[in-house]
Design a protein around this ligand. Structure first.
Ligand code: ADP
Length: 448
């Protein structure tokens, strides 16, 4: 007997398809939801059933909670998988799902809410023994307090929105003189973007790596980690290429971080999938935030551990125990993911439109998570991600060579994509050395 008979997938694009694949392998029927702009989408075509939930604008469709709940109830779904983005970290939605007798495939609404406020997330993790980036003790209410904190920890500092996400609502102050303006702008941006103008301050690290740890917890007190991903290659705080493991940390460091994180989350009582994000510099890890959902870059972890994380999420939501411990998780080889977006590779201007030719790369160690096809029209209403190309190799060098080969094999025309940029990154000695920080990609792009 499958753990659920039917799951509604409250998302679109490649992640909706990704979740469907796990469901199908588990013998679970799927319900796709779609906006009117997505009637022809692959996630709709491949699902067992589909429900139109509204017009193209996300707020009227993929963010429309009553429409999603109605779709689940009408189709007799037993659980809802939120994917990433949209409502995946919306505690009210998780609560609404549970209030209607459905299982939410994710953490408890309380934990989503706590980690959704980065100030609460930091104080909670500090209490649980997780090291933090030095900064203000909670919210910074006014300019005077901001200047005091900046003087104490020393510039440069970063002023961040408590409700921030997607790199928005962050402002650097390089000197004390810049604090006032950075504080006011960050606060105004946070209020406008998130309806919450609370901000806090962190030391701005000059050359950190972004290293994050994948965890899973069940409802029975078991928490394990699946190692780290290096997501330092970012442009405007958006990740472009991810690796597992990180070329910048040792196995001993991974184990140490894993022990601290799993001990903290066991005490916390965390359930389902989550990611703890850290900055790593001079041999020190410092927690910045936790994401209470499946992440875009989860496949690199799957490639090196051989574990289907979505399947695990579904089992956990059904109340099953993990059934294995930390010692059963092993790390094999190296994986890289390239996020291919429908954007101009030089200017990053969006490039929606009709896909003319589509030929997917293949062969040993190559995985493509994508929902596009020849003749598909990439809509302009949503995220520009069109494909995640993931490769696995026995070593990092093998993975790089394989990714190069797979990108060259990828035939995609009609829209512009970031494939040429990915190829240039892979050929760059700075990337190849593995010694890059979160600032590397911005400099690389500016060099052109
Ligand atoms: P968001 O939720 O908006 O993605 P994060 O707190 O995860 O915000 O930060 C996004 C990115 O910003 C990080 O991956 C890192 O590149 C950069 N960043 C965040 N905090 C700091 C810091 N204290 N010093 C330097 N860079 C930082």
């Amino acid at each position: 007997m499958p753990v659920f008979s039917k799951i509604l997938i409250a998302n679109r694009g490649e992640i909706a398809l990704r979740v469907q694949r796990a469901c199908r392998e588990m013998g679970i029927a799927t319900v796709a939801v779609h906006s009117t702009a997505d009637a022809d989408a692959m996630h709709v075509r491949l699902a067992d059933e589909s429900v139109c939930i509204g017009p193209p604008a996300a707020r009227d469709s993929y963010l429309n909670m009553p429409a999603l709940i109605s779709a689940a109830l009408i189709t007799g779904a037993e659980a809802v998988h939120p994917g990433y983005g949209f409502l995946s970290e919306n505690a009210d939605f998780a609560e609404m799902v549970e209030a209607h007798g459905l299982a939410f495939i994710g953490p408890s609404p309380t934990h989503i809410r706590m980690m959704g406020d980065k100030i609460t997330a930091k104080t909670t993790m500090a209490d649980l023994g997780v090291p933090l980036v030095p900064g203000s003790d909670g919210e910074v209410p006014d300019v005077e307090a901001a200047k005091r904190v900046a003087a104490e920890i020393g510039c440069p500092v970063l002023i961040k929105a408590a409700a921030g996400g997607g790199g928005r609502g962050m402002k650097v102050a390089r000197t004390l003189e810049e604090v006032e303006e950075a504080f006011r702008t960050a606060r105004a941006e946070a209020g406008a973007a998130f309806g919450n103008n609370a901000v806090y301050i962190e030391k701005y690290l000059d050359r950190p790596r972004h290293v994050e740890l994948q965890v899973l917890g069940d409802n029975h007190g078991n928490v394990v980690h699946f190692g780290e991903r290096d997501c330092s290659l970012q442009r405007r705080h958006q990740k472009l290429l991810e690796e597992a493991g990180s070329p910048g940390i040792t196995r001993e460091e991974r184990d140490r971080l894993g022990e601290i994180a799993t001990a903290a989350l066991t005490k916390f009582g965390y359930r389902n999938a989550g990611t703890l994000e850290f900055l790593y510099q001079d041999g020190q890890f410092a927690f910045i935030e936790m994401n209470t959902r499946l992440q875009v870059e989860h496949p690199v972890t799957e490639m090196v551990t051989g574990v289907d994380l979505v399947r695990e999420q579904i089992r956990i939501a059904a109340g099953e125990t993990l059934g294995y411990g930390q010692a059963d998780i092993s790390f094999n080889g190296h994986a890289i993911e390239c996020r291919i977006t429908a954007e101009d590779p030089e200017t990053f201007a969006p490039s929606p439109g009709k896909v003319e030719v589509f030929h997917a790369p293949g062969g040993l160690g190559v995985r493509l998570d994508s929902a596009i096809y020849a003749g598909y029209r990439v809509p302009s209403h949503y995220d520009s991600l069109v494909a995640k190309l993931i490769v696995h190799g026995r070593s990092r060098a093998e993975a790089i060579a394989r990714m190069r080969r797979a990108l060259e094999e990828f035939a995609l025309s009609g829209i512009r994509t970031t494939i040429p940029l990915h190829l240039r990154i892979l050929d760059d000695p700075g990337f190849r050395s593995g010694e890059y920080t979160i600032h590397w990609l911005e400099n690389f792009v500016a060099r052109r």
